[in-house]
Design a protein around this ligand. Structure first.
Ligand code: TAP
Length: 489
C-alpha cells in the first residue's frame, strides 16, 4: 500500500507474512503534524499474540535461527542493516509522518542510529565466547551463554525504530526469536522493516511484529507462556504491570527501561556558561522533551541562575517549531492530543503551585490540526512540585535554584527516578566527588546526555532494571549455563 510514495504496511507481521488481526479489527494511526489519519492498522489482541508466540517458539525450538552458525547470523543481520540503510530516506519520511519528529532528526538520528545499532550487534554475533571454570583437575566445567528463547518486546512511541533496534540487535544475534509490540501510535516503521528482515534472510517466525493496544497485545505478551523474557521500554506504571504479568504467568525475566526526571546541575564555577546553556536548552527540548533522558530539572547555583536562565531563554526564543517535514524545523509535533493535554495540565499545575513561567506555556499552530506546544521554562520551582517530580515528557524545563553545590546534589538525588544526571564544574575534585554521589545510571560531566552504543544504558530506582546497548545487553538476552564434565575419578 502506498501513500504519497511511502510504503505503509498496516497488517501484523507473523511468521514471515503480513496478516490481518483474527478479529479483523483495525484502528486509525495519525500524523501528529496535522491530525489526519495515515492508515488503519490491525488492532491485534491476545489471539494474535498467541499465534505469533507459538511461531516464535517453533522457530526457536527447531533451530532455524538459534542453531545457525554465528557467522551466518552475522551475515544476515548485516544484510538487514544494509536494507534499512538502502531505504533510509523513505523510512525517515515515514517516521516523521508517524511521530511528528522533524525530518532533520529522523534523517540524522533515528534511522542512521538504528542501522548502526543493528550493524554493531551483527558484528558481535561471532565474538561471544564462553569460559572454563577453575575447578579441580578431575572436572571440566565450562560456561556458555544460551539464548533465552522467545523474547517479548514492548516499546514506546518516542523513538519507534531506534528503540526497537535496541532490542532487536542483541536479542537476535544471540539466537532468540522475538515478538515485538510497537506503541499503538507508531507502528509504521517497524511494520515496514519486518519485511526487510525477511528479505535479509532472517527466517520466518524469528521476528514478529504485533500492533495493537497495551491493554490487549502488551498484556497478552506479558502473560504468554511461550514468552521467556520481556524487554520493556516505557513508563514505570506499565513496567510494574509487566512485573505482575511475569509473576502471574511463567516468571519470565523482565528487563525494564523506565522513565527519567534527570537533573542537570550547573555549579557557579562552570567554565563555559554558553555551552551549559546550549546543552540545557537542547537537553530538554530535543524531540519535544519526549525523551527519557531529557534534562527536565535544571538545578543551578543561585549566584549564576539569572545569567544562565537568560541565556537559555534567548536560545529558546529562536527555536523553530513547526511542520516536521520542513528541513528547517527544529521541534515538530507532540505525539497525540491526549499527551498534549497532559503536558498542558502539568504547565497549569506548575503555575498554580507558584513556579514562575519564564517563557512558553501555550499550544501552538492549532490551525494546522496538529499538536504543538511552545518550549516552556519555569523558574523558582521547588523540588516538591509536580513539575519537578513527575516525568512530563514534553518541552518543559523546570529550574530549581540551589544555595550551594551540596544542596544541588541533594535536590538531584531526591527523585523516584535515577536514569541520568549532569554536572557542570571546572573543579576536577568536585566533578569526581559529586559524580560519585549522584544516583543515576549515567552521569555526564560538562556535557549533557553523552551516549554511544558502546556504553551501557539504563537506570536505577523507577528508571529500570535492565541495560541496553554495549556488550552488556548481550548478557540481558542470554543466560549462563554451566556444563560439568567429570573427566577422571
Ligand atoms: P507507556 O505508556 O509505558 O507505554 C509503553 C508501551 O507499553 C506501549 O507499547 C504501550 O502500549 C504498552 N502498554 C501500555 N499499557 C500497557 C499494559 N497495561 N500492559 C502492557 N503493555 C502496556 O509509555 P509511553 O507513554 O509509550 O512512552 C513514554 C515512556 O517511555 C516514558 O516514561 C519514558 O521515559 C519511557 N522511555 C524510557 C526510555 C529509557 S531508555 N529508559 C526510553 C524511551 C522512553 P500502547 O501505548 O500501544 O497502548
Amino acid at each position: 500500500m502506498t501513500s504519497n510514495n511511502l510504503t505503509v504496511r498496516n497488517l501484523a507481521f507473523i511468521n514471515g507474512n503480513y496478516t490481518a488481526a483474527v478479529t479483523g479489527k483495525v484502528y486509525p494511526v495519525h500524523n501528529p503534524a496535522d491530525g489526519t489519519v495515515i492508515t488503519e492498522v490491525s488492532a491485534c489482541d491476545a489471539i494474535d499474540v498467541r499465534c505469533a508466540a507459538q511461531h516464535a517458539r517453533a522457530a526457536f525450538d527447531d533451530g532455524r535461527w538459534s542453531s545457525l552458525r554465528p557467522s551466518d547470523k552475522k551475515k544476515r543481520m548485516l544484510a538487514f542493516a544494509d536494507l534499512i540503510e538502502a531505504n533510509a530516506a523513505e523510512l525517515a519520511a515515514l517516521e516523521t509522518r508517524n511521530t511528528g519528529k522533524p525530518i532533520r532528526d529522523t534523517e540524522t538520528v533515528d534511522i542512521p542510529k538504528s542501522v548502526n545499532m543493528l550493524r554493531w550487534y551483527a558484528e558481535a554475533a561471532d565474538k561471544i565466547y564462553g569460559g572454563v571454570a577453575p575447578t579441580a583437575p578431575s572436572v571440566h566445567a565450562f560456561i556458555s551463554r544460551e539464548p533465552l528463547g522467545v523474547i517479548g518486546a514492548v516499546i514506546p512511541w518516542n523513538f519507534p525504530l531506534y528503540l526497537a533496534a535496541y532490542k532487536l540487535g542483541p536479542a537476535l544475534v544471540t539466537g532468540n526469536s522475538i515478538v515485538i509490540k510497537p506503541a499503538d501510535q507508531t507502528p509504521l516503521s517497524l511494520l515496514r522493516v519486518a519485511e526487510l528482515a525477511s528479505l535479509a534472510g532472517i527466517p520466518d517466525g524469528v521476528l514478529n511484529v504485533v500492533p495493537g493496544s497495551g491493554e490487549s497485545v502488551g498484556q497478552a505478551l506479558g502473560l504468554d507462556p511461550d514468552v521467556d523474557a520481556l524487554a520493556f521500554t516505557g513508563s514505570p506504571q506499565v513496567a510494574k504491570r509487566f512485573l505482575a504479568y511475569a509473576a502471574e504467568s511463567n516468571m519470565k525475566k523482565v528487563m525494564i527501561e523506565g522513565g527519567g526526571k534527570c537533573a542537570n546541575i550547573v555549579l557557579a564555577d562552570v567554565e563555559d556558561l554558553d555551552r551549559a546553556a546550549f546543552d540545557a536548552a537542547w537537553g530538554v527540548f530535543f524531540n519535544n522533551g519526549q525523551v527519557c533522558s531529557a534534562g527536565s530539572r535544571l538545578v543551578v547555583e543561585e549566584s549564576i541562575a539569572d545569567q544562565l536562565i537568560e541565556k537559555i531563554r534567548n536560545l529558546t526564543a529562536n527555536i523553530r517549531v513547526g511542520d516536521p517535514s520542513d528541513p528547517a524545523t527544529e521541534i515538530g509535533a507532540i505525539i497525540d492530543e491526549r499527551h498534549l493535554n497532559n503536558i498542558e495540565r502539568f504547565v497549569r499545575g506548575g503555575e498554580s503551585d507558584g513556579a514562575i513561567l519564564v517563557c512558553g506555556g501555550k499550544r501552538l499552530l492549532e490551525h494546522t490540526g496538529g499538536w504543538y506546544f511552545e518550549p516552556t521554562i519555569f523558574d523558582h520551582a521547588r523540588n516538591d512540585m509536580d513539575i519537578a517530580r513527575d516525568e512530563i515528557f514534553g518541552p518543559v524545563l523546570t529550574v530549581i535554584r540551589a544555595g550551594d553545590a551540596e544542596e544541588a546534589i541533594d535536590i538531584a538525588n531526591d527523585s523516584q527516578f535515577a536514569l541520568g544526571a549532569a554536572l557542570w564544574t571546572q573543579d576536577v575534585t568536585k566533578a569526581l566527588k559529586y559524580a560519585k554521589q549522584l544516583r543515576a545510571g549515567q552521569v555526564w560531566v560538562n556535557n549533557y546526555d553523552g551516549s554511544d552504543l558502546t556504553v551501557p544504558w539504563g537506570g536505577f530506582r523507577l528508571s529500570g532494571t535492565g541495560r541496553d546497548k554495549s556488550l552488556e545487553a548481550l548478557n540481558e538476552y542470554t543466560g549462563s549455563k554451566a556444563t560439568w564434565i567429570e573427566v577422571a575419578r
